[in-house]
Write a protein that binds this ligand. Structure first.
Ligand SMILES: [Zn+2]
Length: 372
């Protein structure tokens, strides 16, 4: 593989006004106003074939930032793949400025196996920025990092919850960094979760290297959920609008909440969980979240939220053992913030649809009266 043509320093060397000239991406010259389907060679398969990441490069007529949008970095997380493919199949929008890389599947080796992980069982999203002489995962990470991340100014990395869980759409970013906060807010989910991400994750290492990257989480593995994909598509366009790469104003909810503390409520007993909340629900301190009962429907114990907040994610598998995660709650300051969150979800078509739709994946029941 010859990657020298993707050397980022070459752009500056070609011309003093690179926006007027072709940009070289993965062996293609991409002119202003063009879009090109291409691929990045990343490794070789067991049978010795070249393995590639298919992607599409768009250039606007005007100069502007370079942005990548990636999905399926965990190879089983496909909602973002659905969102990107919808945008790729839609010719009603136009990139006015800058360069956009759309990558429906970043972890093609995991994707081929319907798996989160690489064939060596490593998590690609813990291997960035990677190394030339390292493990298979580490080498892959390095190729992606050098050819894509280092050449971009911003990144949007689309994920879902892990297997057997679902998430209400939310953005994760370092909210203490003004530029990360700007992109996180522009994406337009009602929930913004603060954090830099785990060591070796794409967003953490990309942001550290100067490519401000946010993570978006929504829905489940192994499916494209229309309401989540819609939320992601809107967010991608919102970010492009915020960066003046597309015309128009971002379509944002009335308010957004920043969450800095979350807690997984865990099962205390083995048994079957009756859920009393759905993803995206607002909850008040002490509210019943789920009731654990035996298979014969005899109540064993009840989980209550220790603080007021939002149901960010939850299990979709009602059978639990002690210690297993049931509901992931994000803390809000007070009851007023909780009510405001509920209003903003109800007032935003895209989030309201996701809220209604994700609730249908889970049997949600009212808690029964419990005598002490
Ligand atoms: Zn993921």
């Amino acid at each position: 593989m010859n990657r020298s043509e993707d050397n980022p320093s070459q752009d500056q060397a070609i011309s003093p006004a690179p926006h007027q000239e072709a940009e070289r991406w993965f062996g293609h010259d991409v002119l202003p106003g063009q879009s090109v389907s291409t691929e990045l060679e990343i490794t070789e398969s067991y049978s010795g074939r070249t393995v590639v990441i298919p992607l599409r490069v768009f250039r606007g007529m005007q100069p502007g930032p370079k942005v990548f949008v990636s999905a399926a970095l965990h190879g089983d997380e496909l909602n973002g793949t659905g969102a990107i493919r919808t945008i790729l199949g839609d010719d009603s929008w136009k990139l006015d400025a800058g360069t956009l890389l759309m990558i429906p599947v970043l972890n093609v080796l995991g994707f081929e196996r319907h798996s989160r992980y690489l064939p060596d069982r490593r998590d690609l999203n813990r291997c960035f920025p990677g190394s030339k002489d390292g493990s298979m995962a580490s080498r892959l990470a390095k190729v992606i990092f050098d050819a894509i991340v280092k050449r971009c100014d911003y990144g949007v990395d689309l994920h879902t919850a892990a297997v057997r869980r679902t998430n209400f759409p939310n953005v994760r970013a370092n909210l203490d960094s003004p530029e990360s906060l700007r992109i996180a807010e522009a994406f337009g989910t009602g929930i913004l979760l603060h954090g830099s991400g785990p060591k070796g994750s794409l967003r953490r290492e990309a942001t550290k290297a100067g490519c401000v990257t946010i993570v978006v989480e929504g829905g489940e593995v192994w499916k494209v959920e229309s309401s989540v994909a819609e939320c992601m598509s809107r967010g991608i366009f919102n970010v492009l609008k915020e960066l003046d790469m597309m015309q128009g104003e971002p379509d944002l909810p009335d308010s957004q909440v920043m969450i800095r503390e979350t807690k997984w409520l865990r099962a205390e007993r083995g048994g079957f969980m009756s859920m009393h909340v759905a993803p995206g629900d607002s909850v008040q301190k002490g509210q019943a979240i789920a009731t654990n009962s035996s298979l014969l429907a005899e109540d064993q114990n009840r989980l209550e939220t220790p603080f007021s907040g939002i149901v960010i994610g939850m299990t979709t598998l009602p059978a639990v053992q002690p210690g297993e995660p049931v509901v992931h709650v994000g803390r809000l300051a007070n009851a007023k913030s909780v009510r405001r969150h509920a209003r903003q979800v109800a007032g935003d078509d895209v989030q309201r649809t996701a809220h209604e739709h994700l609730a249908t994946n889970i049997q949600v029941t009212e808690p029964t009266d419990q005598t002490e």
